[in-house]
Design a binder for this molecule. Structure first.
Ligand SMILES: Nc1nc2c(ncn2[C@@H]2O[C@H](COP(=O)(O)OP(=O)(O)OP(=O)(O)O)[C@@H](O)[C@H]2O)c(=O)[nH]1
Ligand SMILES: [Mg+2]
Length: 196
């Protein structure tokens, strides 16, 4: 089993752990399944808290993986019942992180396979491109669609994102579909760094 431990939470750069290991961050709409995905790929049930009131987590949560890399669960966006001040705070903490985190190697952008990417998803994608951060696009909750419906939806989403279908990881935290594929990609990104 992979060693995975919570390091700390932070909202601003002064609170981040030292940038010693290559880092991968998980971003996406609130309630899309970021925390569930991290738990699933690490074979943990409760390393990261799941399904609390959406939009409550305003902190970045850092996890040490095998003393080899850090995974970061970023606060979700697009939660309607959040005040303007809260949204601004979110924007500032995410912008500081994306703009300043020197050991950040890639962002896993998680979207719900059942819906076309939201405006917030598209804005996040532009942001990542502007910061020149490699994106690993993931469609989660694939267990909710089957056969033809899944294929149709993946085609529609890939068109919307203007990305090749083969570059998009199909995932389910419930069935763990896509777990090996996501690790292959993460390891490839980390290894480019000479950290293997
Ligand atoms: N069926 C199914 N449900 C999922 C999957 N992933 C997450 N969920 C459910 O979706 C809800 C939200 O999951 P979380 O992992 O807490 O989502 P999050 O993106 O971390 O949410 P915030 O931390 O609020 O931003 C929970 O009820 C999960 O059980 C999946 O792959 N399949
Ligand atoms: Mg979460």
């Amino acid at each position: 089993m992979i060693k995975a431990e919570f390091i700390k939470s932070a909202s601003e750069p002064s609170g981040y752990p030292p940038p010693e290991k290559p880092e991968i961050a998980f971003v996406g709409r609130s309630n899309v399944g970021k925390s569930s995905m991290i738990n699933a790929i690490l074979d943990r049930k409760k390393l990261v808290k799941v399904g609390k009131t959406p939009g409550k987590t305003r902190l970045l949560n850092f996890f040490n993986i095998d003393d080899r890399m850090t995974l970061v669960d970023l606060p979700g966006y697009g939660f309607a019942r959040v005040s303007k001040t809260e949204k601004e705070k979110w924007g500032k903490s995410i912008e500081a992180y994306l703009g300043q985190r020197e050991n950040l190697r890639a962002c896993v952008l998680i979207m719900d396979v059942r819906h076309l990417p939201t405006n917030d998803d598209m804005n996040m994608l532009s942001w990542l491109e502007a910061f020149q951060i490699p994106v690993i696009p993931v469609l989660t909750k694939c267990d909710k669609l089957s056969g033809n419906k899944l294929t149709k939806q993946v085609n529609a989403v890939s068109k919307h994102l203007m990305m090749e279908k083969d570059h998009i990881v199909l995932f389910s935290a419930m069935t763990k579909k896509g777990k090996d594929e996501i690790w292959d990609i993460i390891n490839e990104v980390i290894c480019e760094d000479g950290a293997c």
